[in-house]
Write a protein that binds this ligand. Structure first.
Ligand SMILES: [Zn+2]
Length: 442
């Protein structure tokens, strides 16, 4: 398959996406005042929280006043289950989504007709930024349903005017058959599923039958090393995009064809970085700060200072694409994913970055954490590229030591490496399960 080609830079809505910063900030202040007033008047939960914090809508006069407002957490939204965070009567709600609720009560979000129009526009911006045009045939392999990934992208593709194949997730051989039969040019899914499909395409020997040129990957945190692997093995130009259902869904920020940071749709979402431990604004430490969003235009469920638990940096300087929306780095870690190994903080993305920097390591791995007596043990199962090493013990040993050294350098904690046969770690059809933490069994 041909090498990933950089698409031409196109902007869906230059009037909004390339707005001078001064005008953008004036717009943000105007919208912020309105959203705080609405939250106060229509959602008792917000009024109670603001009253407890001693702040009222008239105290919000500039962007700097934002820090006076209390945070909203996932637990707060869960506590409003199902509809108590809604600011409009149900007759104005046209769509409901919910987070998976794997760790407790689901969080429920709603959209008015205008929210749906905004979301579709933001998805069209995202997809255009990634290089999609109306000539594309777009295969959506994200799950449809309550998860916002599938239907969010679906409406975006229709807004762009490309042809959407609403395949949904799973049935991997069928996915590839559809790519082949329908001539899909764009694939939308999680990066881990993209990697799995690339492997399967290789095994089926159908690479040359496919027309894929772009991959839009989101739904989980991934590294630049994984981007390189996806571009090489899937033959697509790979971009990242970011969002979360509590804030809207995908479309909150997206990479342009420069592949250098994700432009935040700042006319709709006001971003902040805070210190995850203290909540102090402006933090941008080694692992980055925690991203916090206030929605500026959402009607059905306005969100004030939502703590995403995602860590990232803001990138300085202008982007050659012409967009003025501030860029965030790829999410370097989710604070929920942080592992504490013998007192040291370790993020799965650090392990991925270290592994994929080594020639001969396949982009499939699994992390197992256990406890031996009082000590945490970190073991990484690493797949080695097909056909090498397994016949020669000394080469295996050398590879294992090399990976262990690389991990120890990056993580500042020792990890045991086990080399495993290609195809022996689990493959995911949605969000990958990279970490097995056996300490949680009690
Ligand atoms: Zn750009």
């Amino acid at each position: 398959m041909s090498k990933a080609k950089k698409p031409e830079n196109r902007v869906w809505n230059p009037a909004c996406e390339c707005l001078p910063r001064k005008d953008l900030e004036a717009l943000q202040v105007k919208r912020l005042k309105k959203v705080v007033k609405t939250a106060w008047e229509k959602v008792p939960y917000y009024r109670k929280k603001m009253e407890a914090a001693g702040v009222a809508p008239q105290d919000i006069r500039s962007l700097a006043d934002l820090s006076k407002l209390p945070f909203t957490t996932k637990d707060d939204l869960r506590g409003c289950f199902p509809y108590r965070a809604f600011a409009v009567p149900m007759e104005e709600v046209v769509r409901i989504h919910a987070s998976s609720g794997t760790t407790g009560q689901a969080t429920v979000v709603g959209y008015t007709k205008r929210d749906m129009a905004t979301w579709s526009e933001l998805m069209a911006r995202l997809q255009t930024a990634a290089g999609m045009t109306k000539r594309d045939i777009v295969q959506i392999a994200f799950g449809y349903g309550f998860f916002t990934g599938g239907l969010g992208h679906h409406y975006g593709v229709e807004t762009v005017g490309a042809a959407v194949l609403p395949v949904s997730s799973g049935k991997s051989e069928r996915q590839i058959q559809i790519m082949k039969d329908y001539g899909s040019t764009v694939l939308i899914c999680t990066p881990s599923y993209g990697m799995y499909l690339a492997e399967l395409i290789g095994q089926l020997g159908v690479r040359s039958d496919l027309k894929l040129r772009l991959g839009l990957f989101g739904g989980e945190a991934w590294t630049d090393a994984m981007r390189q692997a996806l571009q090489k093995h899937l033959g697509v130009f790979a971009t990242d995009n970011y969002g979360l259902s509590e804030v809207m869904g995908p479309g909150v920020s997206c990479e342009c064809v420069e592949q250098h940071g994700l432009h935040i749709a700042e006319d709709h979402f006001l971003p902040e970085l805070i210190d995850p431990a203290t909540g102090a604004p402006g933090a941008d430490g080694a692992a980055g700060g925690e991203l916090v969003f206030t929605t500026l235009t959402k009607e059905a469920i306005p969100v004030v200072r939502y703590r995403t638990r995602d860590l990232c940096h803001f990138l300085p300087g202008d982007c050659p694409c012409g967009r003025t929306g501030r860029r965030m780095s790829k999410v370097s870690a989710r604070s929920d994913d942080m592992l504490i190994i013998r007192g040291v903080n370790v993020y799965p993305q650090q392990i991925e970055e270290a592994l994929l920097s080594i020639e001969g390591v396949a982009p499939h791995y699994q992390i197992v954490v256990s406890r031996e007596g009082a000590l945490d043990e970190l073991e990484v199962l690493v797949e080695i590229s097909e056909g090498i090493f397994f016949d020669q013990m000394w080469k295996q040993q050398e590879m294992k030591q090399k990976i262990e050294h690389q991990l120890e350098t990056s993580l500042a904690v020792h990890a045991k490496v086990r080399l495993v046969e290609p195809g022996s770690t689990p493959r995911s059809e949605g969000k990958a399960v990279r970490v097995i933490d056996q300490r949680k069994k009690g």
